[in-house]
Design a binder for this molecule. Structure first.
Ligand code: B12
Length: 214
């Protein structure tokens, strides 16, 4: 089994120790961190989701796979984050109210930092008020919303409405993402941008931040 396959299996089976060990070995051998993410870690979480859907996995398995994924991600994260640049813009990111999924959000946050953004991570289950506070007090010019549940998707629209009501909608760009989100949904709720992956999140945030400055 190749080391990437080993990492895939470790995340899929929720073997946190092995996930960390193999990740470290791959990084020490000079493997591109993006390759670890795209060829092993993310596909493993997709397979975890598929197994959950078909009742082969249940919540405990989701949790132990998520723990293995997070442990490996901690080792990869510093390599995604380049230091010493002038920040492109400040982004307030969070998983919307009612939603506790944070692996994708953490990945997007790390990639944004790596892309030169200053990131204010508000965590999970974030209320609209907290996003507004971050825009006002921290002067964030991009708000990034993550949702993984179809039941929490509407909370994204609620945040956008709350930003309007607080009189700060025009001073920020709102980008959204998460497994159930589509471009069409982003348009429907009046978001400024959407991406289905962390690299795309950086690209779209950059385009919007630059457009904003012109
Ligand atoms: C791990 C996991 C959990 C873990 C989360 C641990 C954690 N700390 O995050 C735990 C066990 C807690 C969990 C709980 C639940 N889960 Co869950 N979970 C998952 C699982 C398997 C993987 C999610 C993940 O981490 N993917 C990997 C990351 C890297 O991908 P991602 O999050 O999609 O992020 C990428 C993109 O979407 C995008 N992105 C993400 N955010 C953003 C933001 C912006 C701005 C942009 C631009 C892009 C972007 O970029 C990311 C990187 O590429 C998914 C299945 C799946 N395939 O999505 C189910 C899944 C999301 N869960 C599901 C369910 C049902 C639940 C529970 C309701 C189960 C239960 N009965 O209790 C609870 C709900 C808890 C809550 N209130 O939130 C369902 C949702 C179904 C639906 N239609 O809504 C899914 C789809 C499983 C399934 N196939 O049925 N879950």
């Amino acid at each position: 089994m190749s080391a990437l396959q080993e990492l895939y299996t470790a995340v899929l089976e929720g073997n946190a120790n092995s996930a960390k060990t193999v990740t470290q070995q791959l990084l020490d051998a000079g493997t591109d961190p993006q390759e670890l993410l795209n060829k092993a870690m993310i596909p493993a979480m997709d397979e975890v989701g598929r197994r959950f859907e078909t009742n082969e996995y249940f919540v405990p398995e989701l949790l132990i796979s998520a723990r293995a994924m997070k442990g490996a991600l901690e080792l990869v994260k510093p390599l995604l984050v380049a230091g010493g640049m002038q920040p492109v813009a400040r982004v307030a990111i969070g998983t919307v109210k009612g939603d506790l999924h944070d692996i994708g959000k953490n990945l997007v946050a790390a990639m944004l930092e790596g892309g030169g953004f200053e990131v204010v991570d508000l965590g999970v289950d974030v209320s609209p008020e907290k996003f507004i506070e971050a825009v006002k007090a921290k002067n964030a010019s991009v708000v990034a919303l993550s949702a993984l549940l179809t039941t929490t998707m509407p909370a994204m629209g609620t945040v956008i409405k709350a930003l309007e009501e607080a009189g700060v909608r025009k001073q920020v760009k709102v980008i959204i993402g998460g497994a159930p989100i589509t471009r069409q949904y982003a348009e429907q709720i009046g978001a400024d941008g959407y991406s289905d992956n962390a690299n795309g999140a950086v690209a779209i945030a950059r385009t919007l931040a630059v457009t904003d400055k012109n």
